[in-house]
Design a protein around this ligand. Structure first.
Ligand SMILES: [Zn+2]
Length: 179
């Protein structure tokens, strides 16, 4: 798939969304973040993920200004994640995303998949235990993330992610089961 696209390095992207834009052929420092010893996403996908994080951040900034995401912003998201945006928005519409927060401050996003299976994605949102993440992100490297991760990122930015308090041991058990 050709991820070349004409648009935008948003001017107000903050450093945690991936710092400065990288040239497409430059090796990415964050390649080792993929989990479990599987082949990490190729650098091009990490660049796509950085752009996506910038756009999601702009969605959140628009919400803070009490404005809807602009058409241009939605089109840019669609261009970056054409196969994922609609399924992710559908999950948000179905209130499938929530966040479990423990007193010590750690958090896990719970995303109910299309079949009702809950997937637990730890914060920061870089890993999902679903089969699509394993296959399309870690093995084939042709997607920057899965629909559950995109739904969690967007739900947070849109303020559509309810927090649920859980105990530290409960959250620790959830995180342990991911590995
Ligand atoms: Zn997933």
């Amino acid at each position: 798939m050709n991820w070349a696209w004409p648009c935008v390095w948003p001017e107000d992207c903050s450093a945690d969304a991936g710092s400065e834009p990288r040239a497409p052929d430059r090796p990415a420092d964050g390649a080792a973040r993929a989990a479990g010893g599987a082949r990490p996403a190729p650098p091009a996908m990490l660049d796509v993920l950085s752009v996506l994080d910038c756009l999601v951040e702009q969605v959140g900034a628009a919400r803070e200004r009490h404005q809807p995401a602009s058409d241009e912003l939605l089109l840019a998201l669609q261009a970056v994640a054409p196969a994922l945006l609609e399924p992710a928005l559908d999950l948000i519409d179905r209130s499938a995303v929530s966040r479990l927060v423990a007193p010590a401050g750690r958090a896990v996003y719970r995303v109910l998949g299309s079949g009702g299976v809950p997937y637990y994605c730890p914060q920061p949102l870089t890993f999902c235990p679903c089969p699509a993440f394993q296959y399309t992100v870690l093995q084939r490297g042709d997607q920057p993330l899965c629909k559950h991760l995109l739904a969690a990122k967007l739900a947070q930015a849109l303020g559509k992610c309810a927090d649920t308090a859980v105990s530290d041991p409960h959250l620790r058990d959830l995180l342990t089961e991911l590995h």
